[in-house]
Write a protein that binds this ligand. Structure first.
Ligand code: GLY
Length: 346
C-alpha cells in the first residue's frame, strides 16, 4: 500500500522534465490544456482530454470513458505504469478512481490546477464517482505516489477562484492550532493568491495531520474535515455556488451555532469574524444578498443524503475553540431549526 502522505513537490513553473511522461497517460482538463505550452503537451505520448465537472464522475458514463482511455493509451499497460492527473477536484477524483482499478491499480501522480484541489482534494487519497446524480457514492482510497504543485498553474486561474480556495484555507486554519487563523488575517495587504500560496503547505500539513490518524475515516476523526460542509453542501447544490464559497457560508453557519452547542467563546467568535472580513469573506446573510431556502427543501436535502447511508442522524462538525473541531450527532430537524433562527431558511 502506498503511504497516505504523498511526497509533495512545490515548484514555481510547470515543466514536464521531472514527470515520468514516457509510456504513461496524462489525463488533463481540456480547458487547462488550452493554456499549456505545446512543448508540455508534446512531452506526453498519451493524452486523454476530459471536460471537468460532475458529469465526468458519473458511474453511468464510466464504461465509455474507460474504453476511450484504453483506446488512447496504446501500450501494454502494467501496474508499473502511471496516470498523471492534471486538473481540479473532479479530474483528480475521476483519474484517481481509474488509476485505482485499472490493472488492479496503476501508479498515480496528481497535479492540481485549482486552489481547492491543491489545498484539499489532491491529498489524502479519496477517489470518487457519482451514482444517479448522488455525489461520491463509489470510490476508493488511493493516495497518489507523488503530488506536484506548480505556482504558475495555480495563478493562471481567474482571480475569483481564489475566493474558493480561501474558504477551504480558512477551514484548515480554524482546525489547526492557533495562530494560523490570525496569521491569515494579518496577511491582508497581500493578494488572495499570494496568501493562498504562502500558507498552502501549512494547510496541507494540517490535512495530513488528521488524515494520517484516520486514513480510512473509520475513527470519525477524518470527518472533522467536513467543518462547514453540511450547510455548505446544501447551498452549493441549491444555488450552484462554487464549492469553496459554499464552504465559507457553511462556516458562518457552523461557527454561529458552535457558540451554543459546543461552548465556542464569544470573543473567539468575534475575532474569527474579523479575520473573515479582513480576507473579504462575507456572510451572504449579513450582506442581505441571500434568498433563504425553504425549511422543507433543506430538510429534504439533509435527509436525502442520509437515506443513502441508512441512518437518520447527521454528523455535524462544531468548533469548540480554534484548533478544536468536534463531531456531534444532530437531527435534520435541529439543523433546520437553527438555520431558520440564523436566517438561512424560512
Ligand atoms: N476532503 C475531505 C477528506 O479528504 O477527507
Amino acid at each position: 500500500m502506498i503511504p497516505f502522505k504523498s511526497p509533495l513537490f512545490l515548484k514555481d513553473q510547470i515543466s514536464a522534465t521531472e514527470l515520468p511522461c514516457h509510456d504513461n497517460l496524462l489525463i488533463i482538463d481540456r480547458a487547462v490544456a488550452k493554456n499549456m505550452s505545446p512543448e508540455f503537451l508534446r512531452a506526453f505520448p498519451f493524452v486523454y482530454l476530459v471536460d471537468a465537472g460532475e458529469n465526468l464522475k458519473s458511474l453511468e458514463q464510466f464504461p465509455q470513458n474507460l474504453s476511450e482511455i484504453l483506446q488512447v493509451w496504446k501500450t501494454n499497460i502494467s501496474r508499473d505504469h502511471t496516470i498523471i492527473a492534471l486538473g481540479g477536484g473532479s479530474v483528480g477524483d475521476f483519474a484517481g478512481f481509474v488509476a485505482s482499478v485499472l490493472k488492479r491499480g496503476v501508479k498515480l501522480i496528481h497535479i492540481p490546477s485549482t486552489w481547492l484541489a491543491a489545498i484539499d482534494s489532491a491529498h489524502g487519497g479519496k477517489t470518487a464517482l457519482n451514482v444517479q446524480g448522488h455525489k461520491n457514492q463509489i470510490g476508493t482510497f488511493y493516495p497518489a505516489e507523488k503530488i506536484y504543485i506548480f505556482k504558475d498553474l495555480l495563478f493562471q486561474q481567474p482571480s475569483e477562484r481564489a475566493l474558493d480556495g480561501l474558504g477551504e484555507m480558512v477551514k484548515m486554519a480554524l482546525m489547526d492550532t492557533p495562530p494560523f487563523i490570525s496569521d491569515l488575517g494579518d496577511a491582508v495587504e497581500e493578494s488572495s493568491e499570494n496568501i493562498l500560496w504562502r500558507y498552502l503547505e501549512k494547510a496541507i500539513a494540517g490535512k495530513y495531520k488528521i488524515v494520517l490518524q484516520d486514513p480510512y475515516e473509520t475513527e470519525g476523526l477524518r470527518k472533522l474535515l467536513n467543518l462547514g460542509h453540511t450547510m455548505g453542501h446544501a447551498l452549493e447544490v441549491h444555488y450552484a455556488l462554487p464549492h469553496g464559497q459554499a464552504v465559507t457560508q457553511g462556516l458562518f453557519f457552523a461557527l454561529a451555532w458552535s457558540r451554543e452547542r459546543a461552548g465556542f467563546a464569544e470573543d473567539d467568535y468575534e475575532k474569527i469574524l474579523k479575520v473573515f472580513a479582513q480576507l473579504n469573506l462575507k456572510s451572504q446573510i449579513q450582506e442581505n444578498s441571500f434568498r433563504p431556502l425553504s425549511k422543507e427543501t433543506l430538510k429534504e436535502f439533509l435527509l436525502k443524503d442520509k437515506k443513502i447511508d441508512g441512518s437518520s442522524l447527521i454528523d455535524f462538525i462544531f468548533l469548540r475553540a480554534p484548533g478544536q473541531a468536534v463531531r456531534q450527532k444532530v437531527s435534520a430537524e435541529e439543523i433546520v431549526a437553527e438555520a431558520a433562527r440564523q436566517g438561512w431558511c424560512q
